[in-house]
Design a protein around this ligand. Structure first.
Ligand code: MN3
Length: 202
């Protein structure tokens, strides 16, 4: 198979009470796994089977809707698991914090913008912290399984933190209370991983 899921970097129940075990089990084991399976179906026998997921997404306007939806789904969820941690929370430090301060004034200013992007994304989608030119950062959101790497994205950049606001990501535990899920998310952000991704992307 061309694409596969990395193992979850923690136990399914490790993010409780912020994200419950049942949600993690279904989200990783069914939703993400489903995107990977459909992506593999879509690229089978084509050159895309040997391409990196990043290269596929950067040229996604040339590919099918199936590749766009499932390639995005695979990339987005792979990043999402990686930037969460049972030991997460707190605030970023170092060069990442400097970039955040320079764009948003403070960590709290960032948090407000990011939460707003996540809360106001209508229907299914993602909120992002991205790296743009010259190591600057920005906040944006995308519909469905799109992301800012895609050539069709309104705001482009390299995602270093993403929040899944599809109902499948929170409905079992939070029902319609998306804002509560968004505020819980900040307790499990793995800022050292995000800082590592920032250094690579800038
Ligand atoms: Mn999801």
């Amino acid at each position: 198979m061309a694409f596969s899921q990395n193992p979850l970097p923690y136990a399914e129940n490790a993010l409780e009470p912020h994200i419950d075990q049942k949600t993690m089990n279904i989200h990783y084991g069914k939703h993400h796994a489903g995107y990977v399976k459909k992506l593999n179906d879509a690229v089978e026998g084509s050159d895309l089977a040997n391409a990196s997921i990043e290269d596929i997404l950067k040229n996604v306007s040339n590919h099918s809707t199936k590749v766009r939806n499932n390639g995005g789904g695979h990339y987005n969820h792979s990043l999402f698991w990686e930037v969460l941690s049972p030991n997460g929370g707190g605030e970023p430090t170092g060069a990442l914090l400097e970039a955040i301060n320079s764009k948003f004034g403070s960590y709290d200013g960032f948090k407000e913008k990011f939460s707003e992007a996540a809360a106001t994304r209508f229907g299914s989608g993602w909120a992002w912290l991205i790296v743009t030119d010259g190591g600057a950062v920005d906040v944006t959101s995308t519909p469905n399984q799109d992301n800012p790497l895609m050539d069709i994205a309104e705001v482009k950049g390299t995602p270093i933190l993403g929040l899944d606001v599809w109902e499948h990501a929170y409905y079992l535990n939070y029902q319609n209370r998306r804002p509560d899920y968004i505020s819980a998310f900040f307790n499990i952000v793995n800022w050292s991983k995000v800082a590592e991704l920032y250094e690579k992307a800038k």
